[in-house]
Design a protein around this ligand. Structure first.
Ligand code: NAP
Length: 384
């Protein structure tokens, strides 16, 4: 019998997970009989830093728009076997987030399943640990309290009584079973490389701490996060979990946490970053409390100069570094950790050493020319 290559559609391929996912699917020995055929999709055309060899075809469409989605995806609906959902829209108000994210996924599912020749069998949906936490954005709050479950987070914890677009996405894919199987990937803080990512913690911290000349700077945040545990997920491990669940019986119709399998304190991360950026390590000084949002709000023009001077890919600070998103994380008044036991029990053993992940991804950001590297010598940039 002829071997049929599995065909992936990665929606959000230029995002922090999307790129690693496409790269994983293209590996010669990728699970599922790889290398897969990969369609990668996003609203905008691929940027220069995106390696086009990681996709067979790049499709631009806006998933919010049902006509555009149908028009662009109908031609491949008879081919795609697996949908990887690594995209989202964040509008602020959670009811609006629910409406838009649900509509996006529904539009894509409709486009891929409305033809009799549809081959779609599995959908992976990426969500996150906000599943367990309740609302966390409180700008006036200096130590973010938990409105949800006590960590470590487990997949079987009941839903919280707050609107959450993650719940809506889970319900939507579950409503397609058994004609389709699905897996949900509740990622912790993701570490990877993309300049088309709304929330890329490493990129955010790099734009603050890495511009030349190397200057030691303090990390904002609280004594609590400085000294207590948190976890991260390397985008490569997260990609591995998506693929594993998509092709493994025990991964089907389940939700999984996804972390590197180790923990860190922000103090230890700041120490590693100070080494990688070749600057001195600065201890937390609680008497000098500051907010990255305020500190960086007028640094757009300075970033433009850095980009120009060091020949970086053209980016705008406000597009690559959402300081509003990192501040609550640095002020969590609880240990942000998730259990990986369920994943392991079901047979997924992917893991990474968080400190090695950080070094790897900073290297990638430099290689992709998204942040300066220290071969460049520059005069004071006005940041610090
Ligand atoms: N980033 C994290 O640290 C993190 C942590 C935990 C959980 N999560 C969750 O993971 C999920 C995926 O987020 P992510 O951070 O991986 O994504 P991301 O890095 O922000 O990437 C989003 C991708 O989706 C594309 N996109 C956005 N809107 C689109 C639309 N309307 N139509 C088609 N493509 C669209 C973007 O490209 P264009 O802009 O060109 O369209 C980009 O390729 C979200 O639910 C998020 O909450 C993220």
């Amino acid at each position: 019998m002829e071997h049929q290559v599995p065909v992936a559609l990665v929606v959000g391929v230029t995002g922090i997970t999307g790129l690693s996912l496409a790269q994983a699917l293209k590996q010669p020995h990728c699970l599922g009989g790889g290398p897969w055929k990969v369609y990668g999709a996003a609203r905008r055309p691929p940027p220069n830093w995106f390696p086009l060899s990681t996709v067979d075809n790049f499709i631009t469409f806006n998933a919010v728009n049902s006509t555009d989605t149908l028009g662009k995806l109908s031609p491949i609906a008879g081919e795609v076997t697996h949908l990887f959902w690594v995209t989202f829209q964040f509008l602020g108000d959670e009811e609006a987030n629910i409406a838009v994210n649900k509509a996006m996924l529904q539009n894509v599912l409709t486009a891929l399943t409305s033809t009799p020749s549809s081959r779609l069998t599995h959908v992976t949906v990426q969500t996150g640990t906000k599943h367990y936490m309740g609302p966390i954005h409180d700008p006036g709050n200096k130590s973010i309290v938990l409105n949800g479950h006590a960590p470590p987070f487990h997949e079987d914890m009941p839903r919280l009584p707050y609107p959450n677009f993650y719940y809506a996405l889970e319900d939507l894919v579950a409503s397609h079973a058994p004609s389709l199987s699905y897996s949900v990937h509740r990622a912790t803080i993701i570490i990877g490389a993309s300049a088309r990512s709304a929330m890329n913690a490493l990129m955010i911290l790099s734009t603050y701490a890495a511009p030349p000349p190397p200057v030691a700077v303090p990390l904002p945040g609280s004594r609590y996060t400085w000294e207590h545990f948190c976890d991260m997920i390397d985008a490569r491990v997260l990609a591995e979990q998506h693929v594993w669940a998509a092709v493994t019986e025990r991964g089907k119709n389940q939700a999984f946490n996804c972390t590197n399998g180790d923990v860190f304190t922000w103090k230890s991360v700041w120490r590693v970053l100070s080494e990688v950026f070749d600057v001195g390590f600065v201890e937390l000084d609680e008497s000098d409390e500051f907010d990255l949002v305020e500190l960086m709000c007028d640094k757009g023009a300075v970033w433009d100069e850095i980009v120009e001077k060091h020949g970086l890919e053209k980016t705008k600070l406000e597009e690559i570094a959402c300081f509003e998103a990192i501040m609550p994380v640095l002020r969590f008044g609880f240990q942000h950790v998730s259990s990986m036991s369920k994943s392991r029990e079901c047979g997924f053993f992917g893991h990474a050493d968080t400190f090695k992940s950080i070094r790897f991804w900073v290297g990638k950001l430099r290689e992709m020319k998204l942040i300066p590297s220290y071969e460049y010598v520059a005069k004071a940039n006005g940041y610090h």
